[in-house]
Design a protein around this ligand. Structure first.
Ligand SMILES: [Cu+2]
Length: 522
């Protein structure tokens, strides 16, 4: 039964349908249509259901499986080629929408595709987020995935400035996994993998997402965060089982902070796609907007069949900041220990015996050149960027008076380059947050290595420094220092806040990587 007719509540979790690359051919081709879909959204707060009509990524396999909210999962390999044709089946822009400035919301039916975190070219036909696919148009993306691409969990979402918050808040997102031989090993061992795509569909009372202000002001606690379009799904496990979880925060602005169940141990092996240096044994995991984690949950041999653990979101609700520290506290999913008996509405009947083992030795295939720790003597340049957010500015100049900027200048358009960098430079950047809100700053194309965080961390389970990521929340009135290698790709790409209405509002700059210093304007 599809999401269209059915609210999946406390039912066994289902992975989104998957396009999987052939290991030998190392080529994958697929089609993503963007269209309106009917779904249902459930409110715990109001205890009622609202039929929705929102923009989603759709494909033949999601349609067939009745997965009408979250996009299909795309599985690729390093040293490969990915082709994605996308067809814009949204209606014409109506009425013709002339925003006061480029940083007002506009063109909600126009999009492009961003492969978040992938180390690929930022130029067409690859990850160029300045392009526009208008209603009725199609485009074919071509991505060359490098030989030493880090394995892990990435994702895709639209990135057309002015419509990102509306479109991601409508449901336009999906998981993208770079697999390697470790995944093959886990599969052979029978380790079950669950992909959890967290989304907050910011509908109004009519079930629509057509107002960016609604995405910004949407109360987190009013509606449940969906997981693959399901509500509070159940993950069944058995005593002693090893589970492989892939968590993706695809919300527009909600932090997710979860505790490890008392009957399990949590081993993080990847953050934002990038493998960690070793297993990080944690008592929970924190995911700011756009963050991902890949982890094992080892269910204790002493766990009791029938035990279950509601995984709540313990993150501070952004809406309540900075003056209140109200915890979100909505249930995200349940982990239930079973031994083949009936639990709740579901019957747990594994098709093959679950993997009852400890995590295998940390794989040597996770050591890729791109993610070698960056030492002091490698640094070729330093930069300091400042972040501002004033919520009470002139509403004629700034949408709803929200003036967000980097270095005191809101986004100036696709033609403007703020930072020129030479290819193969290795830089140390300091992001200084001059506002009272945390800002999750994402940089395209190259991952970064966080070495210093100063300020009050709004999360409980941030990994111990240093670590690699592609998005990190800079604490209010604090700073973050990171190092990054500008490897393999020239071209222009953005860095921006991943509170997506801040991105649309202009908290974004451009980097251009050039082959030769002579290309840098004096
Ligand atoms: Cu921000």
């Amino acid at each position: 039964m599809s999401n269209r007719e059915h609210i999946s509540f406390l039912e066994p979790i289902k992975n989104p349908p998957t396009y999987s690359m052939d290991k030998e051919k190392r080529k994958l081709q697929l089609t993503l249509d963007v269209q309106y879909e009917k779904n249902n959204i459930f409110s715990f707060y109001k205890i009622h259901n609202t039929p929705t009509w929102t923009r989603v990524f759709s494909s033949s396999i999601t349609q067939e499986a009745g997965f009408t909210l979250t996009g299909p999962t795309i599985e690729i390999r390093s040293n490969s080629h990915l082709t994605i044709q996308t067809n814009n089946r949204l209606p014409q822009e109506e009425p013709p929408n002339a925003p006061a400035t480029i940083n007002f919301p506009h063109e909600f039916n126009t999009y492009n595709l961003h492969t978040h975190g992938l180390h690929v070219s930022p130029e067409s036909p690859a990850d160029n987020v300045c392009m526009k696919i208008k209603p009725g148009e199609s485009f074919t993306y071509e991505y060359d995935i490098p030989k030493d691409h880090p394995p892990g969990l990435y994702w895709y979402h639209p990135h057309k400035h002015g419509s990102v918050a509306i479109q991601v808040g409508s449901g336009m997102a999906g998981a993208l996994i770079v697999r390697n031989e470790f995944d093959d090993e886990l599969e052979a061992m029978g380790v079950k993998e669950h992909i959890l795509v967290f989304q907050n569909i910011a509908v109004n009372e009519h079930g629509k997402v057509e107002d960016q202000h609604q995405v910004a002001k949407f109360p987190d606690s009013e509606y449940c965060i969906t997981v693959n379009g399901q509500y509070c799904p159940i993950i069944h496990a058995t005593v002693g089982e090893l589970l492989n979880l892939r968590l993706l925060n695809a919300t527009t602005r909600t932090s997710i902070d979860i505790d490890c169940p008392w009957f399990a141990q949590m081993y993080i092996y990847g953050f934002d796609g990038n493998p960690t240096d070793d297993y990080r044994l944690q008592d929970g995991v924190s995911l700011g907007p756009a963050n991902r984690a890949s982890l094992f949950l080892k269910i204790s041999e002493a766990a009791t069949p029938g035990a279950h653990f509601y995984v709540y979101n313990n993150a501070i609700e952004f809406q309540q900041m900075p003056h209140y520290k109200y915890h979100n506290n909505s249930p995200l999913f349940v982990i239930a220990i079973a031994q083949g008996e009936e639990i709740g509405t579901a019957i747990y009947a594994p098709s093959k015996p679950p993997a009852r083992c400890v995590p295998p030795p940390f794989p040597s295939s996770f050591k890729v050149d791109l993610l070698k720790p960056i030492t002091d003597d490698e640094i070729t340049n330093t930069r300091r960027l400042t972040l501002q957010a004033n919520t009470l500015d002139d509403p004629d100049k700034y949408f709803r008076g929200l003036n967000v900027s980097i270095d005191h200048t809101p986004f100036e358009g696709c033609e403007v380059v703020n930072h020129y960098v030479e290819l193969d430079a290795v830089e140390e950047w300091t992001l200084v947050n001059e506002s009272e809100f945390p800002h999750p700053i994402h940089i395209h194309v190259n991952p970064y290595y966080v070495i210093e965080v100063v300020g009050e961390d709004p999360m409980h389970h941030t990994l111990k420094l240093p670590f690699w990521c592609d998005t990190f929340q800079v604490p209010p009135h604090g700073h973050v220092k990171f190092r990054t290698r500008f490897k393999d790709f020239t071209g222009k790409y953005p860095l921006h806040c991943h509170l997506l209405y801040h991105e649309d509002g202009g908290m974004m700059q451009h980097v251009r990587v050039v082959k030769d210093a002579s290309e840098i304007p004096k």
